[in-house]
Design a binder for this molecule. Structure first.
Ligand code: GLA
Length: 593
């Protein structure tokens, strides 16, 4: 705690550092204390600042859009300030609170690079700029726009923590340091180290159009395919039959479910499966009893038509009475049925930010996120074994702040494996595989129409929070058998995937092959994955070079028994099999002998 004092204003600013030498991580947060007698207003609070006396850097950021999140963008740092921000109230699909600064010559395995990663789920501001002496400044903190926070005499204010890390051995090492920090120091509770259940989610199987028989059928398929959990997605509450209505009415639609929720949960538990449920607590539809009762609970601007997105409005979670009521409705449902898992969704950004209660719009965004965290903390306190998966129109709130409560987050609504390779590639720069919710869905894909082999969908989804999102009843017996095999493969490698180091072995945006590997920290085993993205006649052979192996050791392919020297695997590489067609995939498991 380094305390700075402004005697004139009577303010203390505490710079709070955390040092984790084994992880190569330093964190910084800020606490501001008003020690004077006058009320102050905070107009801008950043959590961390770094100044580099030398270096010629690129800024690496992760921009995107719904269904195509976290695309790597690389721009040279220049005298023109570069501001990376989300003004949407949430960390957002459009930018991610992860900034990397890399020497221009950096590669995955060489060169110096630095990271700042915000442990926060709200809007943010990041910045880089060169000063007139060519020294680089890098900053990350709270969203500046729409922020003006009152600080009464005696009050204090916290700006959340930024994880900072550095590597002199390239981007691979930097990413693994960040991944390890999140996996072991941000994620907590019983699900931090436990294997996560392999799930079947009802969304792409039925959307909101399901019957009680459909759900029982899906549970039977979950059982028959050897999976662990059935997740009932959107559509189980109030009059919810499409996305125009009922958000806020968290009452079980027993007619649609053919009984109480606990009847359904008991049936599913009776089959030896876990049960999961979808919720979207922060949102409301105007066509809902909740909105009819409390129209002032939605964030709107008085006198103006509200801005709708996915036909819904945002509830004012900066107000405790709103959080209390939604919590009491949702916990009344969860108290009656032993739900094992929650998918917490949040399907729009905040646009109208005038809070009816506080009338102090400058604090709404900050207090809103505190309301979300408060709700999540209450859920985990009341149901300590609950596994919560975050979600926000797919990956619109994929950040380390959420990961403190939700150890896995639905990475994108896009389940096309080829697009997913790219989305997961960008995500891997700052987030561990164990945090990435990834599902096998049907082909042709619902979002892109692309046709891909089941095995490729399987390999791509094997990035941590593994599951399925389709109706197995419409598949052939061969496909169902393949699903059983894919699931067995995932279980075999699940520990390696969720705790191993992650290596990006190609760039799926520019290379003809998508390739990545997981290697155990001690280098004793490695799982190599490849997907062919492009094919051409008489194409040159691509060699995929591994990383993370023990130099000088020998490795055996556990399927063929063939032995390879580590130096050959890392210096020459494994040739991508020529016989493969577009979107075919290949997995190779190596053990040190
Ligand atoms: C969002 C989620 C989907 C699904 C729907 C339900 O789009 O990202 O996975 O849960 O909402 O409405």
């Amino acid at each position: 705690d380094i305390t700075l004092v402004d005697a004139a204003l009577q303010v203390k600013v505490h710079l709070l550092y955390g040092v984790m030498p084994k992880l190569d991580v330093i964190t910084r947060a800020v606490r501001i204390e008003n020690t004077g007698a006058q009320e102050l207003r905070l107009e801008k609070v950043l959590s961390a600042n770094l100044d580099f006396v030398s270096g010629d850097f690129n800024l690496l950021t992760f921009s995107g859009r719904h269904a195509m999140e976290r695309n790597l963008v690389c721009t040279p740092v220049s005298q023109t300030e570069q501001v990376i921000t989300s003004r949407r109230g949430f960390s957002s699909h459009q930018e991610n609170p992860l900034l990397l600064l890399a020497e221009k010559s950096v590669t995955e395995s060489s060169g110096t690079c630095y990271a700042m990663e915000f442990v926060y789920s709200g809007g943010f501001t990041g910045l880089t700029a060169l000063d007139p002496f060519n020294q680089t400044r890098m900053q990350l903190g709270l969203m500046e726009e729409r922020f003006s926070y009152p600080l009464a005499p005696g009050a204090e204010f916290y700006a959340p923590e930024v994880i900072m890390s550095c590597s002199t051995e390239g981007l691979d090492r930097l990413s693994n340091q960040l991944q390890r920090c999140i996996r072991t120091r941000v994620v907590r509770g019983p699900w931090r180290d436990q294997s996560r259940p392999v799930l079947l989610n009802s969304w792409e199987a039925f959307y909101m159009d399901f019957t009680a028989d459909d759900l029982t059928g899906l549970a039977e398929q979950t059982k028959e395919l050897g999976l662990d959990m059935l997740v009932l997605d959107d559509g189980w509450f109030g009059t919810r039959c499409d996305d125009n209505r009922a958000l806020g009415d968290w009452f079980v639609n027993e007619e649609k479910l053919g009984g109480t929720l606990s009847d359904l949960v008991d049936t599913v538990h009776g089959m030896g499966l876990k049960f999961g449920l979808w919720i979207e607590p922060e949102m409301v539809n105007e066509d809902s009893d909740l909105y009819r009762e409390h129209p002032d609970w939605a964030l709107t601007i008085p006198g103006r038509k509200p801005i709708r997105s996915r036909n819904q409005l945002v509830l004012d979670f900066s107000r405790k009475e709103v959080v209390d009521e939604i919590f009491s409705r949702i916990s009344a449902v969860l108290d009656k049925a032993s739900v094992d898992y929650i998918k917490w969704d949040c399907n729009r950004s905040i646009a109208d930010f005038c809070s009816g209660a506080a009338q102090d719009s400058g604090r709404v965004f900050y207090d809103f996120i505190l309301g979300v965290y408060d709700f999540l903390e209450r859920l985990l306190t009341r149901y300590p074994n609950l596994l919560i998966e975050g979600c926000s129109g797919g990956g619109g709130r994929f950040d380390a702040g959420m990961m403190y409560y939700t150890p896995q987050i639905w990475c994108s609504d896009n389940t096309d494996p080829i697009d997913r390779l790219r989305i997961q590639y960008g995500t891997s720069f700052g987030y561990p595989a164990s945090s990435v919710g990834a599902h096998v869905s049907k082909s042709p894909n619902e979002q892109t129409g692309r046709v891909t082999p089941l095995a490729t969908r399987g390999i791509t989804a094997m990035q941590g929070g593994f599951g399925y999102e389709l109706n197995p009843a419409v598949l052939s017996e061969e496909e169902r058998e393949e699903i059983r095999e894919i699931t067995k493969t995932y279980r075999r490698y699940e520990r390696l995937i969720s705790t191993g180091d992650y290596h990006r072995l190609s760039n799926p945006f520019t290379d003809a092959v998508g390739a990545w590997a997981y290697t155990s920290e001690d280098g004793s085993e490695s799982l190599l994955n490849m997907v062919v993205l492009e094919i051409h006649g008489n194409r040159p052979v691509s060699y995929i070079r591994l990383r993370g192996l023990t130099a000088g050791a020998l490795y055996q392919d556990t399927e063929t028994g063939r032995i390879y020297p580590a130096d050959m695997l890392t210096e020459v590489g494994i040739p991508v099999p020529q016989a493969m067609g577009e979107y075919k995939s290949y997995q190779m498991h190596l053990k040190r002998v």
